[in-house]
Write a protein that binds this ligand. Structure first.
Ligand code: ADP
Length: 492
C-alpha cells in the first residue's frame, strides 16, 4: 500500500489537500451565509417595525385633540383597548408646534434627546414622515417615526412616536452568537467527512500507484482491474492499462529484436571464424589461403550489410531517419529501376516486363522510394524460378498511385503471409543466403512514412503480388480518375 507519508509529508498529499479545500470552501460558505442571513433578518425586523410604527402613528393621531390649553390626549379610559394603545404611544412620544417649540414629551423621549427645532422644521417642510434610530443612555436603540399632524381645526403640529428595538437586537445578537459558535464544530465535522470522501475517491489512484510499483521489466503485463463506474478514474485506469499493453508490446519487440540480432550476427560470425581457422591451420598453398580469405571477406560483407540494414531500420523506427521529400517523376524512376534489374533477371532466366504510364509525379524521398521498388523487384526476381515472369505496373487513381510488382514465382503460404513484413522474418524454406529478412520491413516502413500502405496477395507455386498505395502529388494525365492501364488480374 502506498501511503502519502511514505514518499512525502502527509500535508502535501492529495487527500489532505482535497479535504482542506473542502473545509475551506465550506467555512467560507458558512460565514457568508451567516452574514447574509443576519442582514436579511435585521432588514426584515426593520421593515416590520416601520410598519408597526406607521400603524401606531395613525392611531395616535385619532386620540389627540386641540383644547384651550393646546393639544391633549382624548380617549375612553374604560375601554381597555383604547387605554392600552394610548398608554403605549405615550411611553415614547413628543409633540411640538410648527416652529419646533416642544409642547409635550414622555420621559423616555427626553432620555433619547428631544428633537431640535431646526430638525423639526426640516421634517415638516419635507412633507414626508421621518424614521430614525436613537439610543437611550443605557444603549437601548429606539426607532422614532415623526411627521406632521393636522387637527380638526386645521392646526399643525409635529408628532413623533417611538418603540424600543431591544428585542429585535437581542434576537439578531443571539442568532449571530449561536450561529458562529456552531461553525467550528461544523468545520471539524466537514473536515472529517472531506477526509473520508477524499480517501475513498483516491483509492483507485492508490491502486494505480501500487500496480505501477509492482511493474518490473519481467511483468509488464500488469493490468488494473476495471471498476466499471464510468468516471474519470475509470478512464485513467483504462489509459494506464492501454499504456501498459503498448509498453509490453514495445518491450516484447525490443526483446525479440535483440534475440534476432544476436542470432543473425552469430551465424555469419561463426562462418567467418571457421574460414579464418581454415586459413590459419589447414591452408597450405597461396591459392587455398586466397580462397579462405575470399570466403571470410564475403562473410564480413554479409555482416556489414546486416549491421547497415539494422542501423537504418532502427533510425527509421526511432524517427531519426528524416525523409527528404521532393517532387519526382515516379514513372521515370520505376522505368530506370526496371532497366537496372534486366541483367540480374536475365541471369536468373526470369522475364521482366513493365507497364508504366508516364507523367506520374510523386512527392517523396527519392532514395527511399528507390529502395522500396528495388526491394520488391529484387525479391520478385529472387523468388521466381527460371522461366518465370515478373511484371511491374503503375496504376493511377484520383489521389494516389498503385505500384504493383507481381511474379509467377514460388509464392508464400497463408501461414507465413501475415509475418513477411516483420523484421528478420523469412519463410523457413527460403534459402538462407537469399536475404536477411529485413527488405520487406523497409518496404512497409517507407510506404507508411509516405502516407501509403503495402498489401500482399500470394498463392503457393503460382505467384505473389505486392501492391503499394502511395498518395500522389500530381497526376499530369488529362483524366486522373480513369486508369491509364487496365488493372491487372488478381493473383487470387
Ligand atoms: P529477404 O531478405 O529474406 O528477402 P524480405 O523481408 O525481403 O527478406 O522478405 C521476407 C520473406 O518473404 C522472404 O524470406 C521470402 O520468403 C518472402 N518473400 C518476399 N518476397 C517474395 C516473393 N516475391 N515471392 C515469394 N516469397 C517472397
Amino acid at each position: 500500500m502506498i501511503t502519502a507519508g511514505k514518499a512525502f509529508g502527509w500535508t502535501r498529499g492529495l487527500r489532505f489537500r482535497l479535504a482542506l479545500s473542502y473545509v475551506l470552501f465550506f467555512a467560507v460558505l458558512l460565514v457568508l451565509l451567516g452574514i447574509l442571513f443576519r442582514q436579511v433578518l435585521s432588514g426584515t425586523f426593520q421593515s416590520q417595525m416601520e410598519s408597526v410604527l406607521d400603524e401606531e402613528w395613525g392611531a395616535a393621531k385619532g386620540y389627540l385633540r386641540t383644547g384651550p390649553e393646546g393639544p391633549d390626549w382624548v380617549f375612553d379610559e374604560k375601554d381597555p383597548d383604547e387605554s392600552f394603545t394610548v398608554r403605549r404611544v405615550q411611553r415614547v412620544y413628543m409633540l411640538a408646534d410648527t416652529q419646533g417649540h416642544r409642547l409635550q414629551n414622555s420621559e423616555i423621549y427626553a432620555s433619547l434627546g428631544v428633537d431640535p427645532p431646526a430638525e423639526i422644521r426640516a421634517i415638516l417642510q419635507s412633507g414626508q414622515p421621518a424614521i430614525r434610530v436613537r439610543k437611550d443612555p443605557s444603549g437601548v436603540p429606539y426607532m422614532i417615526r415623526s411627521g406632521l399632524w393636522v387637527d380638526h381645526d386645521g392646526h399643525k403640529y409635529y408628532l413623533a412616536i417611538g418603540r424600543a428595538l431591544d428585542y429585535n437586537d437581542t434576537v439578531i445578537r443571539n442568532f449571530t452568537r449561536n450561529y458562529f459558535a456552531l461553525i467550528p464544530m461544523v468545520i471539524v465535522l466537514s473536515g472529517l467527512l472531506g477526509w473520508f470522501l477524499a480517501g475513498r475517491a483516491l483509492e483507485p489512484v492508490n491502486s494505480v500507484a501500487e500496480a505501477a510499483q509492482r511493474i518490473t521489466h519481467s511483468n509488464l503485463d500488469v493490468q488494473i482491474p476495471a471498476r466499471n463506474a464510468g468516471d474519470e478514474l475509470d478512464r485513467m485506469i483504462e489509459a494506464f492499462n492501454h499504456m501498459m499493453t503498448r509498453l509490453n508490446h514495445s518491450f516484447e519487440q525490443i526483446r525479440q529484436f535483440s534475440t534476432d540480432v544476436s542470432h543473425e550476427l552469430r551465424t555469419p560470425l561463426t562462418v567467418v571464424r571457421g574460414q579464418l581457422e581454415v586459413a590459419m591451420f589447414t591452408a597450405q598453398t597461396v591459392e587455398q589461403y586466397r580462397e579462405a580469405m575470399a570466403d571470410a571477406l564475403e562473410g564480413v560483407e554479409r555482416l556489414s550489410n546486416i549491421v547497415r540494414a539494422l542501423l537504418m531500420l532502427s533510425q527509421a523506427e526511432s524517427g531519426q531517419l528524416v525523409l527528404q521529400k521532393q517532387e519526382m517523376d515516379l514513372s521515370g524512376l520505376v522505368r530506370d529501376l526496371v532497366d537496372q534489374h534486366q541483367i540480374p533477371a536475365e541471369a536468373e532466366g526470369v522475364q521482366l516486363s513493365a507497364d508504366l504510364p508516364g507523367g506520374c509525379m510523386l512527392t517523396g524521398d527519392r532514395i527511399q522510394i528507390e529502395r522500396l521498388v528495388s526491394n520488391l523487384l529484387g525479391n520478385a526476381i529472387k523468388y521466381t524460378p527460371a522461366g518465370g515472369q515478373v511484371k511491374v505496373s503503375l496504376v493511377p487513381r484520383f489521389d494516389h498511385v498503385k505500384l504493383i510488382v507481381e511474379d509467377t514465382g514460388e509464392g508464400i503460404s497463408l501461414e507465413h503471409l501475415p509475418h513477411i513484413f516483420d523484421r528478420f522474418y523469412r519463410v523457413p524454406s527460403a534459402d538462407p543466403d537469399k536475404g536477411l529478412g529485413l527488405g520487406l520491413s523497409f518496404v512497409a516502413w517507407i510506404a507508411k512514412a509516405h502516407g501509403g500502405a503495402v498489401t500482399v496477395e500470394s498463392k503457393l507455386k503460382e505467384g505473389t503480388r505486392f501492391s503499394v498505395l502511395l498518395p500522389v502529388g500530381r497526376w499530369s494525365m488529362p483524366s486522373p480518375e480513369i486508369p491509364a492501364v487496365p488493372v491487372p488480374e488478381r493473383v487470387h
